[in-house]
Ligand binder design. Structure first.
Ligand SMILES: [Zn+2]
Length: 499
């Protein structure tokens, strides 16, 4: 590793071979020996591919960490049943603590001497070689695997936590506008050029709601649902003050950014979530969870070494909670611009033709049906899944269903630990605004109408929808949704990664 590379990692380096850890309490069997792969984080925030050579016998575990052709000292390795920790030597002093993941790997954070924290992940020997059933060759040649591996739990959580600094982000408030600015700054940092759409509430244009009729049954126990409209119901004084400003009608903005396709810039998939919320909490699940997912996909897909044949737009709707107003405004203003080259001959398409919309709205909480007494499990249910829904009664139901199955296929190839279940009753989120015009699906923690609508998500629109309400298992469900959509849209848009 060169000095420049050392600067990129932020960690001064010396040559390192195997460092034997202290013997206290270590059993070699607790960590599989062999060549682990994973990522460490450079000071510029980019994940760097890393190799962890783990060896040892009873009482001694050694790790040799290689990054970008160089090595980092690894000292004071400590293992427990649930995790591993070690110190990066050579002057950095960063202490890394990683927790065991469902897939046998580890994920966690390194904190350096200045207190700066950065994500780190380890995948067990052989995991990197788990090629998808229909991957185009070995793992080295599978760009989708490369892209999916650039997601990790800590980074997803960090982005979600960042959104919660703006409270419930209710539309028509300064805290909502500050969140839009923050999202836009992040998108620019990812190299994704951002634009804004302006509209006025109440909307002047006719709404584009399509039929969502048809029967819908709810099964089993149900809890009452509703929206908390009482600011004083928030017990946290700081948060109560943050959410104090009431909403007002008038001018609204929403932000989107676009990865332009290399060979088909005139066609695009829209990956979306709504960034506004309700309830006088932090709107962490509804819909910080979806907003952070879309931001993470924007980060991964806009890296300089990634090309896509088709364009991908990352959209952050506003006023979803007011009746899908931001997405309705987008459809009303931009539907007729699809596929139009402007200026003529420029090769630019301000509104590429819509190939499909994938909306993400509430991704964290799958603890099952309420019990007969109205209580809910505090633990994630063992059967937790990702619900991808299309609207069977919409005009483009066939195309939408095909998109849903594409997400399920991507999930089976690339998600780490939770399956996709496809359903036919998409409703009550921004993809509805598009369902008459292009393939449209929603991605959720549960089915919206039958399950969330029956009270399966107790923090929905409540003061308790806080970052601290959710466990790593909950966040991991959201990460698996990110892995699913990233793999699907990378495949659909024709993504490649430069070697
Ligand atoms: Zn929502």
């Amino acid at each position: 590793m060169t000095q420049e590379q050392a600067g990129r990692t932020g960690w001064a380096l010396v040559a390192c071979a195997m460092i034997a850890a202290g013997s206290a309490g270590l059993r070699a069997g607790q960590v599989q020996t062999g060549e682990w792969t994973g990522t460490v984080t450079a000071t510029n925030g980019e994940p760097l591919e890393a190799t962890f050579a783990v060896s040892g016998s009873a009482g001694q575990i050694g790790i040799s960490l290689s990054v970008a052709g160089g090595t980092l000292d690894v000292l004071d390795v400590d293992t427990t049943v649930d995790g591993i920790s070690f110190t990066l030597g050579s002057g950095t002093g960063a202490r890394c603590s990683l927790d065991r993941q469902d897939d046998g790997g580890y994920a966690g954070t390194c904190v350096d001497a200045r207190g700066a924290a950065a994500p780190i992940t380890m995948r067990p020997p052989g995991a990197a070689g788990r090629a998808p059933v229909d991957g185009p060759g070995g793992p080295e040649s599978d760009p989708i695997r490369t892209l999916v591996d650039r997601l990790d739990l800590e980074r997803y959580k960090e982005t979600l936590r960042g959104l919660t600094q703006f409270g419930d982000r209710q539309a028509g408030t300064d805290r909502n506008r500050a969140a839009i600015d923050w999202i836009e700054n992040r998108l620019r940092g990812y190299g994704c050029e951002a634009e804004r759409l302006v509209y006025t509430v109440p909307l002047e244009a006719a709404l584009y709601l399509s039929s969502t009729g048809g029967s819908l049954r709810r099964w089993g126990n149900q809890n009452r649902t509703g929206v908390n409209r009482d600011p004083s119901a928030q017990p946290d004084v700081r948060l109560r003050e943050l959410n104090a400003q009431p909403t007002a009608v008038g001018r609204r903005e929403e932000v989107y950014c676009t990865k332009i396709g290399s060979t088909r810039p005139d066609e695009m998939y829209i990956v979306s979530a709504h960034m506004d919320g309700l309830g006088f909490g932090e709107a962490a699940n509804d819909d910080g969870s979806g907003t952070a997912l879309v931001m993470e996909l924007a980060r991964v897909l806009n890296r300089a070494d990634v090309r896509t044949e088709r364009s991908i737009r990352f959209a952050f709707w506003n006023d979803e909670e007011g009746g899908l107003l931001g997405s309705h405004a987008y459809v009303a203003q931009r539907r007729a611009l699809q596929g139009v080259e402007a200026p003529a001959g420029s090769g630019r398409y301000p509104e590429p033709r819509w190939l499909g919309v994938i909306q993400h709205d509430m991704l964290l909480f799958d603890h099952g049906m309420p019990r007969a007494d109205g209580t809910l499990s505090t633990e994630q249910r063992l059967e937790a899944d990702i619900n991808v829904e299309f609207q069977v009664n919409s005009r483009l139901a066939d195309q939408s269903q095909a998109l849903a199955w594409a997400l399920r296929a991507a999930n089976e190839g690339y998600a780490a630990s939770y399956p996709v279940t496809v359903g036919s009753h998409m409703g009550s989120t921004d993809s509805v605004s598009f369902q008459g015009w292009t393939a449209a699906v929603s991605v959720r923690e549960n089915e919206r109408s039958a399950q969330i609508g029956a009270g399966w998500s107790p923090h929905w629109h409540q003061p308790t929808d806080l970052f601290t309400t959710y466990s790593d298992d909950d966040f991991r469900l959201g990460l698996n949704a990110a892995q699913t959509t990233l793999a699907a849209v990378a495949r659909l848009a024709g993504a490649t990664v430069a070697p």
